[in-house]
Structures are given as C-alpha cells and as structure tokens.
Design a protein around this ligand. Structure first.
Ligand SMILES: Nc1ncnc2c1ncn2[C@@H]1O[C@H](COP(=O)(O)OP(=O)(O)OP(=O)(O)O)[C@@H](O)[C@H]1O
Length: 590
C-alpha cells in the first residue's frame, strides 16, 4: 500500500481532492525519516504513528476525523501543522513542540481548552488556538480562518498568545469587533480580511499592543468609512502594513495632521484660509497698515486658558488707558452669557453668518473652542486703528499661533494660573461651566506652560493670573509692556501728512475722470487710486511710471478688481509676484 524503501523516504503525500476511506496509518511508523507528511481528506482518527518520525517538519492532517490535538510524541523539528477541518474539541499544552511556527486550525469544533498551564472552557464561537507555551518562538502563525466566529473571546486566557510575537489569522469569519484582542500584547500581525468590522473605532482595542505591525481589514465594511486608511493609521501609529500595503511616512504625517494637527499646522491652515478669502475681496488700504514700515501697527494680545481673567484684564486696560488701547471684540457663535452685550464682549452671530464672514474674508484668524467658533475680524482691528489706538484682544493659544503667521506683530502677554485649585474654584464660582469644560480648561494650563518653557520669547510677557484684577495689575501690564512704545492717538494721524504741493493731509486728485489720492507716510509715498464707472483707461500709461516708482520704494500692489483692461499693465509687476512681496495692497475699484 505504501511506497517501498521506507527506511529512507523523507516526503510522503497522499492527497485526494475528495474524502477517501483511509483510516489506519499505523504502518507509517516505519517511515522514520519522513520530513513531510500530507494526509488530507481521509478518515484518519489516530496519528500516533507520527511519534516515530523524529525528523518530521511539516504535517498536513486537515480534513480528517482527528479528535485528539497533537496525539503523538513531539517531533523535535516539527514546524508546520495543519489540523483544519477535524473534530478536535480540546487543546493541550504545546510547550514540547518547541519548533512549531505555523498552526492552521480552520473549521475545527473547539469546545474546550485544557492544558497543563491553564484551562478555560470556551463556547463554540470562541476563537481559541490553544494554550501554546512555546518558548522563544518568534512568528508563530495561528490561522483560524473560514469559520463562523462572530466575536473574539477567551484568547487572552491562552497564555501562548500573551507570550509570543504571533501572526493571528482570523480571516473569513463574521467578526464584528476587535474586542478580545486587547490583552494579547505579543500580537505582531492580525489578519481580519473578509469579516464584518464596520467601525474605525474598533481599532482602539488593539491600540496598546506594542508589537502590532500588520493589520489586514481588507474586504470589511469599515473600508467604506470616510478617511478609513488615515484614521486607522492615526489610531495605530506603530503599523508598518495596513491591508497588506506598506504604511508610508507621508501617510503617517498626513494622518497626524488630519486628526491631531500640531498647533503650527492648525495655525497655518487657519491663516491660509483667511488670506485666500481675503485676497478674493476688493483690496483696500487698511488703517492698521498705515503707521510705518519699521514700526508696525501696535496690538496687544492677552492669552491664557479660558476664564483665567484675560478678558477682564483686557477691558480694564482699555478703560484705564483709554488713550492707548481699544478693546477688539471678536465674533463668536456661542450664545451670550447673562449680562453680556452684543458688540461689547463679543459680536454674537449664528454659525451660518460666521461661515459667511469667513468666506467674505472678514477674519484675520478663527478658532473652534468648546464646540463654538471664535474669530478676530479685520474690522475689529481697523476700528481701533481708525481711532489711532492699539487694539487689545484676548484669545486662546491657537489664535496666537495663527496670528503669528500674519503680518501683524502684536505683543503677546500670557496670563497663567499658578494655583490650579484657585483656578478651578474661580471657574466654579462663575457657575457657567460643566465639569468637562473645567477639566478641559485645566488640562490646557500645561499646554501654555509647555510652550512658554520650550519657546523662550514666544510670549513677550508672562504674568500669573489671580482672582483679583486690580489697578496694580493693569499698571503692571502697562509697565511690562513699556517697550512696546504704545502709540498715542495722534501718532498715527500726524504721521500721515501730505504728499502734495498744497501740503494737505491727504491729497485727492482728479485726472482724466480718475480720482486718486496720495498719502505720504514717513517720507514714503503711498498711492490710493479710485476710479469711477466710465473712466477712461487712457490714464494708465501716464500713471504707470509714477506707480512703478512708488512700487520700487514701497512695493505697493495694485490689484484690479473691476477693469479687466487694467490687468494688462499691472501684469508685469503685480500678478506674478508672491503675496508676501508687497507691503501694502492698493485696490482700484469702481
Ligand atoms: N478669536 C479668538 N481666537 C481664539 N480664541 C478666542 C477668540 N476669541 C475668544 N477666544 C477665547 O476662547 C475662549 C472661550 O471664550 P469664552 O468667552 O466663551 O470663554 P469665557 O468662559 O468667557 O472665558 P474668558 O473669560 O477667558 O473669555 C476664551 O479663552 C477666549 O479668550
């Protein structure tokens, strides 16, 4: 029945595509040199003959009637075993099978696991590869695919799985959750292809597995979730392969930028948004850009965690030093607290209006905090600048990061609570905040402390915030900021003097139906051209040289927004320049 020369046969395959009636293979105990034995699709119940095969490396006994798990003495070098499609219901300790690296257990009816090391009773649907105590085996493959498992239970009781770096193949089941894998600290690779996992958050169950490098969720409904790949990469940052595809460094960076952007990235995005929307609007000269090229418009930003007292301080400063500061009221989508007046603390607007304002380029900076939008409008700054006052604003750290990207150069003062206890009782005393809001605010104190510590000079001044904002504190802030050289009301106005023969503050000219005004500031001319409908464009060639002259000195950008013809002559020196090239934008409007 079996081939001759049995003493030296090293590989034997008895393979049928359909089940055959081979039951007794005891004769194989004479084939002591066998290294590979393939006996699938038979009716074998007893494999004790394998005890006589000390050199056996690979055994395929799938599709048989085995009820005993490893019912033979351990061949020393046995590496790969396939027991799929058998009737094994109990499993045992495999510590004697030191070389075992791959064990395939598809479609077996596991009811119970018993071992010398542990014993746990499992339901039919538990996915249990056994209690493998195989020391120093790296890369043990456990393949339990093509079953109908709908959940993963009991794996953590299998001590081998908590001691080995293993590959776990659970493909083609009906598994919906990764719950059950969270304690298998040595899992290196999980194959969950063709299962029923739907939610990205399931990945959090395997988030803490330190050795997990490969996860396969191909052909699972979760793949249809928006941003699926980046989200999983973000949650499982140690992965090197997702869905059998290498995770690139670019993907890892994109994932972090998308789901937990560093402050700089969030700020850059915010700044970019507002610059783009602002440039889509007709360009005008802003009062805040007029003072000087070397002494930018003065602004004071008070920053610190919510309710640290910066808002009160801002109001106080503006009251006490009304010749220096004007309060810059931001816009917000949160509703007013009791006693808050529209336009005083904030401009309270609805979400839709806020979003419209973003698209209209009204904001210099925006931020979401506590589920509400906050934004510093250009008009808030301009209305202070028009009065010749420095704008005083309070905002969170993210706002500071964003503003640092703009051409504004405010002074930043950090108010930091020194006593968490006092800070919490201050928040509680306000009676406005839930415990969650208080926790968030408290947790952000460290963020401010960290930035202040790691980036010397990021804040121009740091003061501790307390419960009382008295006169002393205002004076203290002013004293500390004396180096700012606050403008007095007159500074801006008087510096704007005339660039005309008549020595008027602002000269308006009419030329060929065109009105244009010329300012002179710090001896540098600044042109403001305004046109009315029906203007003759013939003025342009004549103006061109003077505009170019001005452009050389001050780098003034003239942006046409109504006359397409204007583009022709501005094209050469305006359109092709990067936005930051120009110090001032001047509009030509109808
Ligand atoms: N434009 C803005 N950009 C960033 N942060 C802002 C902006 N406007 C306001 N904030 C900040 O948003 C946070 C929430 O503002 P809100 O006024 O709702 O809180 P509050 O409970 O009144 O606290 P506070 O007394 O600090 O203002 C505050 O820290 C506030 O300074």
């Amino acid at each position: 029945m079996f081939p001759g020369g049995r003493g030296h046969l090293i590989s034997l395959a008895i393979v049928f595509s359909q089940r055959q009636n081979l039951k007794n293979v005891s004769i194989l105990c004479h084939y002591v040199h066998l290294q590979k034995l393939e006996l699938p699709y038979n009716r074998i119940k007893d494999l004790s003959c394998v005890s006589h095969m000390p050199y056996l490396i690979m055994l395929d006994a799938s599709h048989n009637e085995l009820s005993e798990f490893f019912g033979f003495q351990p061949p020393k070098n046995l590496k790969e075993v396939n027991f799929s499609h058998n009737q094994i219901s109990a499993m045992k300790d495999l510590s004697a099978y030191a070389s075992l690296s791959k064990l395939i257990l598809d479609c077996i009816l596991l009811n119970e696991v018993s071992s010398t090391m542990n014993s746990c009773t499992m339901s039919k649907y538990s996915v249990i590869p056994a209690s493998f105590i195989v020391r120093d085996v790296i890369g043990l493959n456990v393949i339990i695919s093509d079953n109908s498992f709908s959940e993963i239970r009991g794996l953590e009781k299998c001590s081998s799985l908590t001691h080995l770096s293993i590959v776990l193949d659970l493909s083609s089941n009906r598994i919906q959750s990764l719950s059950g894998l969270q304690n298998l600290h040595f899992l290196g690779s999980i194959n969950l292809e063709s299962n029923l996992i739907r939610e990205i958050k399931e990945a959090t169950y395997v988030h803490d597995l330190p050795l997990l490098r490969e996860l396969n969720l191909k052909r699972s409904p979760v793949q249809e979730q928006p941003d699926y790949r980046l989200a999983v990469i973000f949650l499982l940052h140690r992965l090197t392969h997702l869905d059998e595809q290498a995770v690139t460094a670019e993907e890892k960076v994109s994932a972090v930028n998308k789901f937990d952007p560093p402050l700089e990235v969030g700020a850059a995005r915010d700044h970019m948004t507002h610059v783009v929307y602002q440039h889509m609007q007709p360009q005008v000269i802003f009062d805040s850009t007029l003072p000087s090229l070397d002494a930018p418009y003065p602004m004071l930003i008070l920053t610190g965690p919510q309710a640290c007292g910066k808002r009160e301080l801002a109001h106080k400063l503006c009251q006490e030093f009304s010749d220096y500061f004007a309060y810059g009221a931001c816009h917000t989508t949160r509703g007013p607290y009791f006693g808050e007046e529209d336009g005083c603390d904030y401009h309270f607007v609805l979400e839709e209006e806020f979003q419209n304002m973003i698209r209209m380029g009204c904001f210099v900076q925006t931020m979401q905090y506590g589920g509400h939008w906050y934004g510093l409008s250009r008009e808030a700054i301009e209305s202070a600048a028009r009065e010749g006052l420095a704008c005083c604003i309070h905002m969170e750290l993210e706002g500071v990061f964003s503003l640092k990207n703009s051409y504004f150069e405010p002074r930043y003062v950090l108010l930091i609570p020194t006593s968490t206890k006092e800070y919490i009782s201050r928040m509680k005393a306000r009676g406005l905040y839930s415990n969650g809001q208080i926790d968030t605010a408290v947790s952000r104190i460290n963020l401010y402390v960290k930035i202040n510590k790691e980036r010397p000079g990021f804040f121009d001044s740091v003061i501790s915030s307390g419960t009382n904002l008295d006169q002393v504190k205002c004076t203290k802030v002013r004293d500390r900021l004396s180096f700012i050289e606050f403008p007095v009301k007159t500074t801006i106005k008087y510096k704007l003097f005339i660039f005309s023969k008549k020595k008027k503050k602002k000269a308006k000219y009419k030329y060929n139906n065109c009105f244009f005004s010329i300012y002179r500031f710090n001896y540098l001319p600044l042109l403001h051209l305004s046109f009315f409908s029906g203007d003759s464009l013939s003025v342009f060639p004549q103006l061109q040289s003077s505009v170019l002259l001005v452009a050389c000195i001050l780098a003034v950008q003239v942006i046409p927004n109504t006359f397409s013809g204007v583009e022709v002559w501005t094209l050469g020196w305006s359109v092709h320049c990067p936005a930051s090239f120009f110090d001032v934008s001047v509009s030509i409007s109808q």
